[in-house]
Design a protein around this ligand. Sequence first.
Ligand code: ZN
Length: 77
Amino acid sequence: MGEHDPNHPYVRKMIGCGHGVLFTDYCKDCEIVSVMERYKTAIRTVQHCRNDLRRLGVAVPGMTTLPARTQEGASHE
Ligand SMILES: [Zn+2]
């Protein structure tokens, strides 16, 4: 997966993204970036909700302890 380059000639000319793909073409890397963004936001939302519920004294169903298998890929947090 290529890194997004804000100084890529396509970006400077406003004809494509930093992965070297023209806007007229589908860029998988751009979709991955946007999905990852949504994913990270969703994780944060879940964590905030969980903290708020805990603060309010509400038991979150199934969330009393973090199941190890949902931690896959979450190496940094
Ligand atoms: Zn792209």
